[in-house]
Write a protein that binds this ligand. Sequence first.
Ligand code: FMN
Length: 211
Amino acid sequence: MNALEKIHPTLFNAIQTRRAEHAIEPLFLRRWSPRAFDASKISAGDLMRILEAARWAPSAYNIQPWRFIYVLRGDPLWDTWLGLLDPFNASWAGAASALVFLFSDRLMPARDGQPRQPSASHRFDAGAAWAQLSLQATAMGFHAHAMGGINADAVRRTLAVPEHYEVEVGIAIGRQASAEDLPAALREREVPSDRLPLARVAFPATFPSNA
Ligand SMILES: Cc1cc2nc3c(=O)[nH]c(=O)nc-3n(C[C@H](O)[C@H](O)[C@H](O)COP(=O)(O)O)c2cc1C
């Protein structure tokens, strides 16, 4: 066994499996979605820095349809919020430092006295904000893990979400812990994933027939 693999198996795996085909900022490879968190607290200031990065995401017409509702570990609402995740996600996200729900506004702002019109890109824009959030978290020594596995109806009720907001994802933010802390089934999956080759997802000029 390699010495690094012994001391830090997760980092070793990351180095093994994540190789960029072209030169990119290392931050993109360092960002991943662990499930082992160390149950430490995050300061409100650090969480604001992470959300601030999301705030600067681009969006159609600069409408900024994303909304974030958050609680910090230690808040009396913590357990209620864990109950809004599906049981699989609740089994590991309880050790995170902050939980965030991301919403997107389905409606454009009112213009010229007209009723608000549907937005064509609110989910796409919210995805950009999530990406910036996760990269900022990584840059600060945290990790952010998006969760589609949530009870959206319960989120709506519990957080008093207005009807015109789409419930996008839950996000667990925390400091990574050792995979050893996870139950056996999750431990095996605690490895940064690879990606399709660039040639499978980017093509010059037209779609190839086998895409
Ligand atoms: C929209 C979205 C929903 C996801 N839902 C879940 C989830 O419910 N539970 C989970 O453990 N991971 C979830 N993930 C994490 C993905 O499985 C993970 O991002 C993907 O496998 C790529 O791995 P990486 O983020 O470690 O690079 C979700 C990610 C995204 C972007």
